[in-house]
Design a protein around this ligand. Sequence first.
Ligand code: UDX
Length: 437
Amino acid sequence: MSSRLCVVGAGWSGAVTAACLANLGHTVCAVDVDKDRVETLRQGQAPFYEPDLDDTIARNLEAGRLSFTSVLAEGMADADAVMLCVQTPAAATGEADLSALWTAVRALGPLLRPDVMVITRSTVPVGTNAALARHFRKEHSGTPVDVVSNPEFLREGHAVEDFTRPDRVLIGAADERAGKAAAALYDGIERPIIVTDLETAELTKYAANAYLAASISFINEIANICERTGADVSVVSETLALDRRIGPNAYLDPGIGFGGSCLPKDLSALITTAEAHGHEPELLKAIAHVNELQPKRVLAHLEEIFDNVIGLDVAVLGISFKGDTFDARSSPALAVIRLLSNAGVRVHAYDPMADGTADGQLEAPTQLHGDAYAAVAGCHALIVATDHSQFKELDLDRLGGLMQTRVLIDGRNVLDPDEVTRAGFSYVAIGRPQRGD
Ligand code: UDX
């Protein structure tokens, strides 16, 4: 059964959600205050790269199931349900900043008929959906409005795939009827649909990201122990992943730490929630602390190799928070660049997709180059800070020929140690025995 849906917020999550729900057969109108973004989307182009997203948008625009507008009343006309997909970034205090959500809710108020379901897709602290329900009930003189939690589990670079073939769909509702109505929106997606209460759905989203963060800080801690004992973390990781209780897709790739717009913010929001409710989250704080320390491992390696790093020219390949994405938000590569700059290193950076200057994250002393070879020319060392596919194809001999000294610190363990040492480099990886002289 198809529904008429209004999606509020056409950013990364909203645009993917709107396009994929239209693709399921619903009639979807996505609303965004950014008129340029609306215009781009109306042309069938998302203002950011996600595999298959432009095609999904264009196909459903063509079919008349998908539309975009900057006028909320237009989006809400005849809507059976409205989906809140606005950003809830981390505030300076670590808790979730819900200002955009409440701005959308206030704008929605006069347009919301009591029979229209409100579905919160944005990641929000436990208790937020109940507060929304109270707000709407008050606005409608006591008439209850269904508010449902439906957190997304989309990964950047895999968002359409993760929506279309999710591991599970999660629905939180105050009553079974609302839960079932929201679950029905996902008819056509043959995957487990968990229907629970609001608080459990809200907390589960944070728990999911905190667990992934835990796995990453765990393997980084193990890598640091490997470096001191001569063990090889890549074999440890491979062996753990063969355990059916851990699995082949476990987050066990060591590196310079986790970043992005979700894991760091959701971990800090969960810590804040725990503390606000009188629980001291020792483990969660340790996960965050290990992650804050991890970028320092790169500087430590550099200081072990060079007596004095002040004035060194070092190339950092990668600015994005993870491979094959444009996104530099909370990128550990930027943390590495800051640490090196502050230590007196002259940093030469290159990234094939992101440059971190858009939101002012890349600080001035860093020299930005147009390709990897220009970035390494004349440098004493090069650091791989993001696992872009392009970096696995670099001509190592050519790179080495351009450098003053052939030192390569692989912050993501993405290169082949044998190939790197054959090209004459001293090779340092995370948690693996050093190779070459
Ligand atoms: C994450 C969650 O995976 C997703 O389910 C949620 O909805 C949003 O947050 P995303 O932020 O796109 O998705 O990034 P992800 O691919 O999970 O990687 C997060 C960070 O961890 C990246 O910096 C990545 O480089 C790092 N990482 C990931 C590791 O360092 N090691 C790993 O084994 C996996």
